[in-house]
Design a binder for this molecule. Structure first.
Ligand code: IYR
Length: 227
């Protein structure tokens, strides 16, 4: 039996979610919050390998994110090749050195003191995988440009899904933002319609990994209810 419905000539299919009694929903939402609240950005990533199959699943989850007009305007470049990782590290550190020695404001450097970052990025070589996320500012269809919409919002959402999937797998990640990061297009030989968006090293944490003792804002500070 055909359960499809045409809207503007395009097929739509029925959609249902399994529903939970309110009490169970509350337990599930609390539980998920607790799990997600354990996620931390980790810079001490060890060199223990992660299989390609795992990375493929993580990327599939990322690519299930909503996007403007469902264009999925992203490419996830997964790099485990040691020579490429070394190239990326060298180029990133070159930019970061300049950033930390003049390009970033005093206020910015001051804000980063609590995080403990500097221009050195050993995790770019040590982590088993670097997922370099590119946003597609337009698509190419048979030599023709096709517009993408809300590109940064869409790719940001996909990166959020990716970080959630990485955490759920028991792995750690770091949202690294070398700036400027056009060297990534060059090193990975990406086409003109793609721009680097975020560089995400992924792996297991070092056994003696440390993270800054950060506190998250309470609900009252991040939410306002209008009832
Ligand atoms: N891109 C630099 C600096 C940096 C900026 C912010 I905002 C951070 O939260 C952390 C680092 C770097 O990756 O070191």
């Amino acid at each position: 039996m055909d359960n499809k419905k045409l809207i503007n000539g395009f097929p739509h299919i029925p959609y249902h979610r399994k529903q939970f009694p309110e009490k169970e929903m509350l337990v599930r939402t609390r539980d998920f919050y607790q799990k997600m609240n354990e996620r931390r950005t980790v810079r001490d990533i060890c060199d223990r390998p992660v299989t390609r199959e795992i990375i493929e699943q993580l990327i599939l989850t990322a690519s299930s994110a909503p996007s403007g007009a469902h264009k999925q305007p992203w490419t996830f470049c997964a790099v485990s090749n040691a020579a490429l990782k070394a190239k990326i590290r060298t180029a990133a550190e070159e930019e970061e050195y300049k950033s930390y020695h003049g390009r970033m404001s005093e206020e910015w450097l001051d804000d980063l003191k609590a995080i403990g970052t500097d221009w050195k990025k050993p995790f770019l070589e040590k982590a088993p995988w670097l997922i370099v996320v590119f946003k597609k500012i337009y698509d190419m269809d048979n030599q023709e440009r096709r517009t993408n919409y809300y590109v940064s919002e869409s790719v940001g959402l996909a990166c959020g899904f990716l970080l959630t999937a990485i955490h759920q797998a028991g792995l750690v990640a770091l949202t690294h933002t070398p700036s400027p990061m056009n060297f990534l297009s060059r090193v990975l030989n990406r086409p003109d319609n793609e721009r680097p968006f975020l560089l995400i090293p992924v792996g297991y944490p070092d056994e003696d990994a440390y993270v800054p003792d950060l506190k998250r804002k309470p609900l009252t500070e991040v939410a306002k209810f209008y009832q």
